[in-house]
Design a protein around this ligand. Structure first.
Ligand code: ADP
Ligand code: MG
Length: 268
């Protein structure tokens, strides 16, 4: 994967309104290339809305999304998809699609309308994506019949087949058991470590954010509430302010201070 020219993904004065309602207001943020950023915040805060605008899935916003010094609205869909891939929340698939067919869809940015692209290169990219997500033995299985963890890995593989330098993931571990949650987090960590892939992920689990992110972005009240390192941001005070939850801190055997919610915080 060619990650020599790593561009900064950034939103400038980004405002998203849906049916007159302001979802995000004047957001300014840039994401450090080669780092893992976790976006956290309460339900309905606008995390998915931000991710979709960053990925160009929603173009109805004011302001701009920049990749390096290019306005992403001006890039062709395929040119953008060769550099950035997104795994949105709640993906569905047609009943008869196999794992290798699904992952092969990820090659669309490399094919023309009339041309087949480079079938050998496509096959290689699909195989590599399957290997990185531990799905080599599942190529001909139908996606519908996979377990939750396998299915999520298949969608990650589809995104990897795009060979992006930036990967966006929206709550990639939701509905998975704790073992499969860690498997997905480890795959993401490995992509970042071995390929220097920039990771921007919405996470529900504060302790995953503590353990797996280099930088934290907190979304609240239609904008960026805080941005910084996990140690700076993820504190007992922040959980009270942002989630209305009282928490205790414990140092785990990895030496990481984990947060354990105890009760709803008292309202002042
Ligand atoms: P989060 O991902 O942080 O839970 P979302 O970005 O999905 O939040 O949603 C933020 C707000 O925008 C919510 O209040 C939601 O109801 C609203 N919203 C999102 N998409 C739509 C839509 N297509 N139509 C109307 N409201 C929407
Ligand atoms: Mg969401």
């Amino acid at each position: 994967m060619d990650n020599v020219k790593q561009a900064v993904l950034a939103a400038k004065n980004l405002t998203v309104k849906i049916e007159e309602k302001t979802i995000l207001s004047d957001v300014n943020i840039s994401f450090t290339p080669g780092k893992r950023t976790a976006i956290i915040g309460p339900n309905g805060a606008g995390k998915s809305t931000l991710l979709k605008a960053l990925a160009g899935l929603n173009h109805r916003y004011e302001g701009s999304v920049l990749l390096g010094d290019e306005d992403t609205k001006k890039l062709s869909r395929k040119a953008f998809a060769r550099r950035l891939a997104i795994l949105p929340q709640g993906m569905t698939v047609p009943a008869d699609v196999t794992v290798s067919e699904l992952v092969d869809y990820g090659r669309f940015p490399y094919r023309g309308i009339m041309t087949a692209g480079d079938p050998k290169r496509d096959r290689e990219a699909v195989e590599q994506a399957l290997a990185k997500t531990h799905l080599k033995g599942y190529m001909s299985q139908r996606v519908m019949t996979l377990s939750g963890g396998e299915r999520q890995r298949a969608f990650i593989a589809m995104a990897l087949a795009q060979e992006p330098e930036i990967l966006l993931l929206d709550e990639p571990t939701t509905y998975l058991d704790i073992g499969h949650q860690l498997e997905v987090m480890n795959i993401i960590e490995e992509l970042n470590r071995s390929e220097n892939m920039t990771i921007i992920m919405v996470l529900h689990d504060i302790n995953h954010a503590l353990q797996y992110a280099d930088e934290i972005v907190v979304i609240k009240d239609h904008g960026i509430y805080r941005q910084g390192t996990p140690g700076e941001i993820l504190t007992v005070d922040l959980l009270a302010e942002v989630f209305g939850v009282k928490a205790d801190v414990f140092v785990n055997s990895n030496g990481i201070s984990v947060l354990s919610p105890i009760s709803l915080a008292e309202r002042s």
